[in-house]
Design a protein around this ligand. Structure first.
Ligand code: SF4
Ligand code: MG
Length: 274
């Protein structure tokens, strides 16, 4: 069992999260994965944007940066380019990453820069009291969709894969062992790793959609998450709200800062820039 308290800034507790919120579970999974991957605490940087999940770095005793809305990946890209030897982790929410930060997300994937990104997806803007996000499923209720959301939600994992990420996985707060394994794998890989962690928001998403308290929302994850193999065995018209968890994609492609270093080395050796 890792001593997780060595990674926590106890002086910043208590945390701001509501009772039953999933974000503490996901943050705990990130801590355990960092410990399991054997990362040096002083050479690890955790960067976040804005939102409930983005408060996590305030509780974590690494080099941490709480940045502006949607821009965590832009700051993280700068850090990784300046200091490629550091382990860079981004903690972000579904609104932060998929809406205002969407362009940073697809380009970080495209570059395959060595950043591990964990999206705490609670299907809503929690911090600003429950507006629908690009990850709110169709027909669900939100403060800005009182008659039901008519937008289609992104499949963030498909978006990451199509944009060039080289490790893509999804899990939930119910499937914590899987989640820890996925974040550990992401941290150990060279390129851009994306892990989507479904995390319940009982206060806004759950209450408005009558999904029950935090534990009931986790039971919903338990009952609706399937492996890709099980999912394909169900007829499309019978899939309803079921969704796929597990390792979804992995590939070996050149990592961005290593490619950048090759140019530096070539120029230092008197080679041509082109
Ligand atoms: Fe968690 Fe939702 Fe409360 Fe934010 S508003 S802390 S996401 S339960
Ligand atoms: Mg959210």
């Amino acid at each position: 069992m890792p001593d997780i308290w060595k990674y926590i800034r106890k002086e910043n507790l208590p945390h701001i999260w509501c009772a039953g919120c999933g974000h503490g579970i996901v943050m705990g999974a990130v801590i355990r994965a960092i410990d399991r991957a054997g990362l040096d605490q002083d050479k690890t940087v955790v960067v976040s944007g804005i939102g409930c999940s983005s408060r996590a770095p305030g509780y974590l005793d690494f080099n941490t940066l709480h940045t502006t809305h949607g821009r965590a990946l832009a700051f993280a890209t700068g850090i990784k380019l300046a200091r490629p030897e550091l382990n860079v982790v981004v903690i972000t929410g579904d609104g932060d990453l998929a809406a205002i930060g969407g362009n940073h997300f697809i380009h970080a994937c495209r570059r395959n820069i060595g950043i591990t990104t964990v999206c705490f997806n609670n299907s809503i803007y929690g911090m600003t009291s429950g507006q629908y996000s690009p990850m709110t499923p169709k027909q669900k209720l939100a403060s800005t969709a009182p008659y039901g959301n008519i937008d289609r939600a992104f499949d963030l994992c498909e978006l990451a894969k199509a944009s060039g990420a080289t490790y893509v996985a999804r899990s939930t707060t119910y499937h914590t062992t899987m989640l820890i394994n996925q974040v550990t794998k992401g941290l150990k890989r060279q390129g851009f790793s994306f892990i989507e962690a479904l995390s319940q928001c009982p206060t806004y998403y759950g209450r408005r959609n009558r999904l029950g308290a935090g534990a009931a929302m986790m039971e919903w994850y338990r009952d609706n998450a399937l492996t890709a193999q099980a999912y394909t065995k169900i007829a499309p018209e019978e899939r309803g709200e079921k969704f796929v968890i597990g390792d979804l994609y992995a590939a070996d492609e050149p990592e961005y800062t290593q490619e950048y270093q090759k140019i530096i080395d070539r120029l230092a050796g008197g080679g041509a820039a082109g």
